[in-house]
Design a protein around this ligand. Structure first.
Ligand SMILES: [Zn+2]
Length: 287
């Protein structure tokens, strides 16, 4: 059938003006991934005023498959996340999420997982303070790396292949998904038998901006400046493990308990990996 009406649960990601008064809406659906949908109507049109980014709802569209064209007929809003617009950090984080999804063609597949993770991230972002917003955004991007099959490999150095000896490679610790994020950090410290100060001072591996990958201390020697290396201690690895195993729950409380410097390194590394996955700089992350 060349023409038909369809409906999808969709997250509205981005709206841009077309040439002659219409607008083009980019939406994420579980069934078809990203869709570009035309929105008609003047500035006073109620549909046009509803069709704004970060609405999650059921969209009703008319498709003309011969002319390869989709038009928005109606939206039934399920969630509108008004809190996102109350802080720059929240709204900016949501914009990074939208750009990442669009740049990666919704992570190349597994659309239901991408949609549910992005909606869940917006729910957490909606009430987040600035520290928490950065951690929630980092967690979302980390989860999407996993969807794309690009979650970093911590088993060994990306340059020489030497095995990393990290506490987080211990399977017993990894398997204990019932731990809260804070309990994980405490048990991790106990497992490693080190004080926080000792752990801070002895990175077991480094993140290399140049490779967008993790390298061993041997390979890090002498390359500090040319490769722009970021030290990665067990605390940082634990946060990545929390992203993988616990997800968003508990991140606001965790962010409040962590030093700003550690959170900045988490963002730096995850943003680097995410841009590597997106094969280029994300405009929202520029500058
Ligand atoms: Zn190495």
């Amino acid at each position: 059938m060349a023409e038909r009406n369809q409906s999808f649960d969709a997250l509205l990601l981005h709206l841009r003006d077309g040439l002659s008064g219409y607008r083009i809406l980019n939406v994420l659906t579980a069934e078809q991934g990203l869709l570009d949908v035309f929105v008609f109507g003047g500035a006073k049109s109620s549909l046009r005023s509803l069709a704004t980014p970060f609405i999650f709802g059921k969209i009703f569209i008319y498709s003309d498959n011969v002319k390869n064209y989709k038009k928005l007929n109606d939206i039934s809003i399920l969630e509108s996340f008004p809190g996102l617009r109350e802080s720059y950090a929240r709204l900016w984080s949501a914009e990074v999420i939208a750009e990442f999804i669009m740049r990666t063609s919704a992570c190349g597949g597994e659309y239901p997982r991408v949609l549910s993770s992005s909606v869940e991230a917006l729910r957490f972002l909606e009430n987040a303070d600035d520290k928490a917003a950065g951690l929630i955004l980092s967690c979302f991007l980390w989860k999407m790396l996993s969807v794309m099959g690009l979650e970093p490999d911590f088993s060994g150095c990306s340059l020489c292949g030497q095995k990393f000896h990290t506490a987080s490679s211990n399977q017993v610790w990894k398997a204990d998904a019932a731990l809260t994020p804070q309990a994980r950090l405490v048990s991790q410290a106990a497992f490693a038998g080190q004080t926080p100060q000792a752990r801070q001072s002895s990175p077991r591996l480094w993140y290399s901006d140049y490779e967008a990958a993790f390298v061993c201390p041997d390979c890090a020697v002498g390359h500090g400046e040319s490769r722009h290396l970021i030290p990665v201690e067990d605390d940082l690895l634990t946060i990545f493990s929390i992203f993988s195993y616990n997800g968003f729950a508990g991140l606001p409380e965790l962010a409040a308990s962590l030093p700003a410097e550690l959170l900045a390194r988490v963002r730096h590394i995850v943003f680097g990996l995410a841009q590597n996955a997106a094969e280029g700089t994300l405009l929202t992350l520029k500058g």
